[in-house]
Ligand binder design. Structure first.
Ligand code: ADP
Length: 834
């Protein structure tokens, strides 16, 4: 072996520097040679023994490489073929024989001649299985590498796997790889097959890594390009199809352009913008006349037109607010005061909302117009939203877009109408909201009014949260007890009970008339309405707690006057109490001065109605019979129970009141509350019912100037009632001067205007006998037996009755006849004590 090495050592041969290629043993390849020096070397080699030493240039761009410019290890190769090509180049086919190392150089020829020593390797390595494992690894990795590069023929990978020579394997693999010269050279220069395999494996792993990264990047880029190209292609196709379909599609892209411009200009918050663009994208892909595209257009219109960011600058200046409230409204001192307090708190703690204000009272007392003034004072846009009759949750929250004809709910609609995100929204008649199987709107309202939750209020249609926290909500109600309880808990109720006649007159004079004159375009100097005429309207043409009808009636006076004023430009009209009939016709309401005379069996109660208070006559009449109780006048269950309670109490006290204790067996009682078409209910008529009964049973008349209100218990206690102020005002209107009220309502007297109190005597009571003391013209007593006419008639007829039913009636009549005879002196009409 050593000897052989020695022989090999001394081989001298021409050297050809290669540019960009490394030739390995056993490798056959051709390359072109153009440099004269190299051509000369080839020619000389052909003349000697057709072998040549091939070594790679370190720097491929070097035209005339010196000793340092080529790698010291190369390959001895056999020249198999030379082919002269046109233009002084030679194509040469070589076969690598063995790797060799340059020992010395000589430049006696025009080219380099080198003395080289071949680098033989041991044939059978000692650690065969390790080599085997390494070789398998290399093959496996090479296959993977081949797949990834796509540039290696399947034959090459096949031939690689067939090689069982461990020293040859790395050379073949390396020669097939597309790596740089330096890496290939590293393999070539390594004499140990094991190290060669290791180095190669290393290189393969790195290359595979790089290739995989490359492939990922490539596939991403390709996907992107594919998608854009595909969309472009489809869009072009769509355009072509749309053109084919005809005119209706022309202008389609204009429309989507218009939307994208609108969206761009709308200053939408990011989330909304994203949603709008997504919908626009869907719209673009849709047929213009499809139902769905219409739905999307409407939706986009909503998104674009909603005030997402716009707001007005709030004015929290208290004196400014006070001024505006005073200018627009007469009286209402308590309401104004409360509103100002509310604003003051808001000013002290900006961003604090506090409870929602609820203005409660009958129609026409100025609830809406107070709210409007507040909006003006605060410089907020004003929107009124009526909740009357809302029974479906979807009316508040909207319908999902999947429904045909879906729309946003009323809240979102109101905001859009306001055009800002901080309007004042008046939720009118919140007590008229009801619920049914479609859901409870009040729970949706709860969310709207709750400042904790309404930051991102979700409307089903809009699908995006909307911030309601800047909205100032004010609610109104006619009857606060009808407001759903959880809603009521979140509100601060401010009662506006109604106006006295005097207040109404002032309101008409100061506000309604100037306002309506201006609206009708009539100069104040041409039409004058006297205070007496105003009073006439208040008393005889309207019956209400507020001033809405008063205002309406005044406008009808103005309309009629306008005609005359136009016909005669010089005319000046003065309407007084007498001439008012000319404009309004005959009086509509004659003030019922409470019957004027004291009557038996008729008591006057006070009722609360949604339009304020009213007086209510209760009539009781007795007939011969067997003790039935008939109730008419559309009484509700509670009122019917009240009537039974009243009768039981009267029965229990019959002896005390000097009434025949057996009256409940002998007389039928019919109780009627006039104005029978109007349903009535509630417990507050209790004492009135009982008074009318006692009066009928005793024949003692009820004072005509007295009205009363209060619940009665079985044992005759008088319990408190609601709406005292409204009821008192109604009594005042009806010309009554004494009101009996429950003791516990005494505290409410301070709410009643002083002007009214001056003319009214309020009598608080806690027991029913006190009621009688003040209501009846005379207090019944147990010493005097009172007997109404029907019972007396019965006594007169008793003979006949005995004849007809001798056994059953005899006893009864016997018992009662003496008493009857002694007490009844007069007829029913003129009662004994008047
Ligand atoms: P409501 O909302 O309570 O039903 P409105 O606010 O609609 O009542 O009032 C009806 C009319 O009466 C409006 O024109 C209002 O300006 C007027 N009005 C009510 N109260 C007053 C008042 N205290 N001062 C001036 N005008 C009033």
């Amino acid at each position: 072996m050593k000897k052989e090495d020695k022989i090999m050592k001394e081989r001298k041969m021409p050297m050809l520097p290669l540019r960009g290629i490394v030739v390995f043993p056993y490798m056959i390849l051709h390359f072109d040679v153009g440099r004269t020096k190299s051509m000369k070397a080839l020619e000389d080699a052909m003349l000697i023994d057709q072998t040549i030493f091939l070594s790679a240039q370190i720097d491929a761009s070097e035209e005339d490489p010196g000793k340092e410019d080529v790698y010291p290890v190369g390959t001895i190769a056999r020249i198999k073929q030379l082919l002269r090509l046109p233009g002084d180049t030679i194509r040469v086919l070589v076969e690598g024989l063995e790797r060799a190392k340059i020992l010395s150089w000589s430049d006696e020829n025009p080219y380099f001649t080198v003395a080289v020593a071949s680098m033989k390797t041991p044939r059978s390595p000692r650690n065969k299985s390790e080599m085997e494992a390494l070789a398998r690894q290399v093959i496996e990795h090479f296959e993977r590498y081949a797949k990834l590069t796509n540039r290696i023929s399947p034959d090459a990978s096949l031939s690689v796997s067939a090689i069982d020579d461990f020293s040859r394997l790395p050379d073949v693999v390396a020669s097939n790889m597309n790596t740089g010269v330096d890496m290939k050279q590293a393999i070539l220069a390594e004499p140990s097959p094991k190290k060669r395999l290791e180095k190669l494996l290393d290189i393969l792993v790195k290359e595979i890594d790089i290739l995989e990264i490359e492939r990922n990047i490539n596939s991403k880029v390709r996907q992107q390009i594919d998608k854009t190209q595909r969309e472009y292609y489809l869009r072009e196709q769509l355009k072509a199809i749309q053109k084919e379909l005809g005119d209706q599609e022309i202008g389609r892209s204009d429309e989507s352009d218009e939307y994208s411009q609108k969206i761009e200009e709308a200053n939408l918050p990011e989330e909304v913008l994203k949603k709008a663009l997504k919908e626009l994208d869907r719209l673009k892909k849709m047929h213009a006349s499809s139902a769905e595209s219409g739905v999307i257009r409407t939706y986009l219109d909503w998104l674009i037109e909603m005030p997402w960011q716009e707001s007005t600058k709030e004015n929290l200046d208290l004196s400014h607010a006070e001024e505006i409230l005073a200018k627009d409204h007469y009286g209402l001192e308590k309401v104004k005061e409360r509103m100002l307090e509310h604003l003051a708190i808001r000013q002290l703690r900006e961003g604090m909302h506090g409870p929602i204000i609820c203005l409660a009272g009958p129609p026409g007392v100025g609830k809406t117009s107070v709210a409007k003034s507040i909006a003006e004072a605060l410089n907020r846009n004003y929107v009124r939203m009526s909740l009357g009759g809302v029974r479906d949750e979807a009316e508040i929250r909207g319908h999902r877009r999947t429904y045909v004809g879906a729309m946003p709910g009323r809240i979102i609609t109101a905001i859009k109408q306001a055009g800002t995100k901080n309007p004042l929204i008046l939720l009118d008649e919140i007590d008229k909201m009801s619920s049914d199987f479609r859901g409870d709107p009040s729970s949706a309202m709860l969310e709207v009014l709750d400042s904790e939750q309404n930051k991102d209020f979700r409307d089903h249609y809009l699908e995006l949260p909307y911030d309601l926290s800047d909205v100032l909500f004010i609610t109104t109600a006619n009857y606060k007890d009808a407001i759903p309880r959880p809603l009521l808990d979140r509100m601060e109720v401010i009662d506006i009970a109604g106006y006295t006649d005097n207040e109404k007159e002032q309101i008409a004079h100061r506000h309604l008339i100037p306002k309506q004159l201006a609206l009708h375009g009539i100069g104040e100097h041409r039409l004058k309405i006297d205070p007496a005429a105003i009073r006439e309207i208040i008393h005889h043409y309207t019956r209400e707690a507020g001033v809405r009808n008063l205002e309406r009636t005044l406008t009808s006076v103005m309309r009629k006057a306008a005609k005359e004023l136009v016909l005669d430009p010089n005319l000046v009209i003065r309407v007084n109490a007498k001439t008012i009939q000319k404009y309004l016709g005959a009086r509509k309401f004659l003030v019922d001065k409470a019957g004027r005379v004291d009557q038996v069996g008729v008591a006057r109660g006070l009722a609360w109605t949604p339009v304020g208070g009213d007086t209510l006559e209760i009539e009781v009449t007795l007939m011969q019979g067997d003790g039935s109780l008939e109730l008419t006048g559309q009484l509700g269950d509670v009122m019917k129970e009240s009537a039974r309670i009243a009768r039981s109490h009267v029965r229990s006290k019959a002896a005390e009141f000097g009434i025949d204790p057996m009256f409940h067996k002998k007389v039928d009682m019919h109780l009627h509350v006039p104005e029978g078409a109007i349903p009535k209910d509630g417990p507050s008529a209790g004492i009135t019912l009982a008074t009318a009964m006692v009066s009928a049973l005793t024949g003692i008349a009820v004072r005509h100037n007295v009205a009363m209100t209060g619940e009665i218990t079985l044992r005759g206690r008088v319990l408190p009632i609601g709406g005292l102020k409204e009821k008192t005002l109604a009594a005042h209107r009806a010309g009554i001067d004494t009101i009996i009220i429950p003791m516990e309502n005494k505290k409410d007297i301070e709410d009643i205007p002083e002007k009214v109190l001056e003319k009214l005597q309020m009598i608080p009571v806690s027991r029913f006998d006190q009621v009688l003391r003040h209501a009846l013209v005379k207090m019944p007593s147990e010493k005097t037996s009172h007997q109404p006419a029907v019972m007396r008639q019965e006594a007169a007829q008793n003979k006949k009755t005995v004849d007809l039913e001798p056994v059953r009636n005899t006893k009864t009549i016997d018992q009662e006849t003496p008493q009857n005879k002694s007490t009844i002196k007069k007829d029913e009409g003129d009662h004994p004590c008047s």
